[in-house]
Design a protein. Structure first.
Length: 91
């Protein structure tokens, strides 16, 4: 029985294309254009550094003053909403 060699997974080029954060998002991730993958990593690093992940339900993110601007005034969003929210703040 011949074994098939697995091909390395190619990253999607759209994720690697740098996007420009707007002023609200730049407060958290910086103002330089970043690929979406790096943007997400920086946002999660910020959330963890500031202890903003909900203690009881880890899927929820509690907003501090900087995130409240991104979340349009909401006190809490789920991690699944985060991608959509970030998409509204990049060009």
């Amino acid at each position: 029985m011949a074994t098939k060699k697995k091909s390395a997974r190619k990253p999607n080029a759209a994720f690697l294309k740098p996007v420009q954060p707007d002023e609200d998002l730049a407060v958290i991730v910086g103002s330089k254009p970043l690929p979406r993958t790096e943007l997400t990593k920086k946002i999660w690093a910020y959330i963890k550094k500031n202890g903003l992940q909900d203690k009881k339900n880890k899927r929820n993110i509690n907003a501090d003053d900087n995130l409240k601007v991104l979340f349009k005034g909401k006190k809490q969003v789920s991690m699944f909403e985060l991608t959509k929210i970030v998409s509204n703040h990049v060009s």
